[in-house]
Write a protein that binds this ligand. Structure first.
Ligand code: IFM
Length: 449
C-alpha cells in the first residue's frame, strides 16, 4: 500500500479547454469567439500568438485519447467551444461542430475514460459580444439554450458537467482588469457580467435537473487562500476584503444564495451594483452536486488604498515561484480545502485544476525531465490528501494540464502540461511528471521520498 493513499473511487483526471488546445479556429462551420477576436489584435498576446492551430487537438484527438489511455486517466475534463456549436451564439446548431464532440466522447468512453465537460471556458461567440457579451442579461438565456442543446446531445453519456470555468476571470479579469477577452476596464460592467454568468449557471443547473439525466453538475471557481502580510489591523481587514473580492463574491451566491454583505457594503459607496431581479439569487443557488476548485497559489495581502476598488495589493514573500511567478505553497491547498469544507457545509469538492508552468527542455534522449513540476504535484497532492484525512469531502483531482497549450495572454510561452507539445511539429512527449502521475493513478497514491 502506498504511503499516501486516496479513497477508493477517487476521480483522477487531467484538464484542458477548447480554445487552448483545439485549433481549427475557422473550420467546419465554427464561428468566431471572443478569444479568436482578441488574440488577433496586435499587442494583446505575448509574441502575438493565437489559438488558430494551438495543439491541433481538433485533428489529433485520437492520438491524444491514446495518450490519456497510456496515462491511465479515469476522467478527462475538456470544454466545448460554444461557437463551434452555435456559430452566432444562438439559432441553428452546426452539425459538424457537435459531431466533433460526439466523436471525442465516444472515443473516450470506448477507452474507459469518463468525460467531464465544461460548458464555458471563456470562448464566448463574438456575435454575442457584439450584443454586449456577459454585460447583457440575454446572454444568460442564450447560454441556457446552448446548454440545453448540449445536454440533449451528450447528456446520456457524460457523468460530470461543469457549467462555468472561473467566472471571476470571465467577469473581473475580462471586463475590469482588461487582460482577457473582451478586454474591457469597466468595473460596474464587470459586476454585471459576473451576475449574468452566475445566473446562467443557475439556469443551466435547473435545466439539467429538469431533463432527468443521471450525471452530476457543478461549477468551477478559482479559489486561493489569502494571508495577511502583517499583523496590523489594516492588513488583516484587507485580507478579508481580498477574500471577498476574489473568492466569496463567487462562492457565496452559488452556495449561500447571497452576495457577501461586507462586500456589498464596501461597493455600495464606491460603485454601481448590478440589478438583481426577484428570483435571481434562488436560481443562482440551485443546489449543485459538487464545487469544482481551480487552485494554484497562495496570496499574501497588504492594505493599499491606491488600488481601486478593494484597496489591497498582493506581495511575494520569497517562496519558490513557478514560471508564472506564482508562489509554491502546498500547505495553502490544505488551508483552502479545510476552510471551504467548514464554510460551505461540507459540500463535495473536486480539484478541477492544479498544476504549474515551468520551462521545459527536451533532452538528447528526447525526454522531458520536469522534476520541478513533479515536485509541485507531489507537494500539493500530499496536502490535499491530508485534508481528506481531516474530513474534507474531496472526491477528485484534475491536473492542469494534460498538455502544453495556449496560455491566454502569455501565448505559448508558459508550459503547464504533463505532456510536452512541440509547437512546430505538434509532436507530443509524455513528461517525467506525466509518467509519475500515471503511477499515482495506478496505485491510487504514492510513496513518500
Ligand atoms: O490555463 C488556465 C486555465 O485556462 C484556467 N485556469 C488557470 C490556468 C493556468 O493559468
Amino acid at each position: 500500500m502506498p504511503d499516501i493513499r486516496f479513497p477508493n473511487n477517487f476521480i483522477w483526471g487531467a484538464a484542458t479547454a477548447s480554445y487552448q488546445i483545439e485549433g481549427a479556429h475557422a473550420e467546419d462551420g465554427k464561428g468566431e469567439s471572443i478569444w479568436d477576436h482578441f488574440s488577433h489584435i496586435p499587442g494583446k498576446i505575448t509574441s502575438n500568438d493565437n489559438g488558430d492551430i494551438a495543439c491541433d487537438h481538433y485533428h489529433r484527438y485520437e492520438e491524444d485519447v491514446k495518450i490519456m489511455k497510456d496515462l491511465g486517466l479515469k476522467y478527462y475534463r475538456f470544454s466545448i467551444s460554444w461557437s463551434r456549436i452555435f456559430p452566432d451564439g444562438k439559432g441553428s446548431p452546426n452539425q459538424k461542430g457537435i459531431d466533433f464532440y460526439k466523436r471525442l466522447t465516444n472515443l473516450l468512453l470506448e477507452n474507459g475514460i469518463k468525460p467531464a465537460i465544461t460548458l464555458y471556458h471563456w470562448d464566448l461567440p463574438q456575435q454575442l459580444q457584439y450584443r454586449g457579451g456577459w454585460g447583457n442579461r440575454d446572454t444568460a438565456d442564450y447560454f441556457e439554450q446552448y446548454a440545453g442543446y448540449i445536454f440533449n446531445q451528450l447528456g446520456e453519456y457524460v457523468p460530470m458537467w461543469i457549467t462555468h470555468n472561473e467566472p471571476h476571470i470571465s467577469s473581473i479579469i475580462s471586463y475590469w482588469d482588461g487582460r482577457h477577452a473582451p478586454g474591457y476596464t469597466d468595473f460596474p460592467l464587470a459586476l454585471r457580467a459576473c451576475h449574468h454568468l452566475l445566473l446562467s449557471h443557475g439556469k443551466a443547473v435547473q435545466l439539467y435537473r429538469s431533463l432527468g439525466y443521471k450525471g452530476e453538475i457543478g461549477i468551477t471557481l478559482d479559489l486561493n487562500p489569502m494571508y495577511p502580510a502583517s499583523d496590523t489591523d489594516k492588513d488583516k481587514k484587507a485580507t478579508i476584503r481580498a477574500d471577498g473580492y476574489e473568492n466569496r463574491w463567487f462562492a457565496d451566491p452559488v452556495l449561500k444564495g447571497k452576495y457577501p454583505e461586507d462586500m456589498v457594503k464596501w461597493y455600495e459607496s464606491r460603485t454601481t451594483l448590478p440589478e438583481i431581479k426577484p428570483g435571481d439569487m434562488e436560481t443562482i443557488s440551485t443546489p449543485i452536486d459538487f464545487l469544482g476548485i481551480n487552485h494554484y497559489m497562495p496570496h499574501t495581502i497588504k492594505h493599499d488604498p491606491s488600488v481601486w476598488p478593494a484597496n489591497y495589493a498582493k506581495l511575494l514573500t520569497g517562496r519558490p515561484l513557478t514560471n508564472m511567478d506564482w508562489e509554491i505553497y502546498p500547505e495553502g491547498s490544505y488551508d483552502l480545502l479545510t476552510r471551504l469544507h467548514r464554510d460551505y457545509n461540507g459540500i463535495k469538492l473536486i480539484i478541477t485544476e492544479n498544476g504549474a508552468a515551468f520551462t521545459d527542455i527536451v533532452n538528447r534522449k528526447g525526454e522531458v525531465d520536469d522534476d520541478n513540476r513533479l515536485d509541485y504535484l507531489y507537494g500539493y497532492l500530499q496536502q490535499m490528501n491530508r485534508a481528506i484525512k481531516d474530513g474534507v469531502n474531496l472526491a477528485g483531482y484534475f491536473v492542469w494540464s494534460l498538455m502544453d497549450n495556449f496560455e491566454w495572454g502569455h501565448g505559448y510561452s508558459k508550459r503547464f502540461g504533463i505532456v510536452y507539445i512541440d509547437f512546430k511539429t505538434r509532436q507530443r512527449i509524455i513528461k517525467k511528471s506525466g509518467h509519475w502521475y500515471a503511477n499515482v493513478i495506478k496505485n491510487n497514491g504514492f510513496d513518500l521520498v
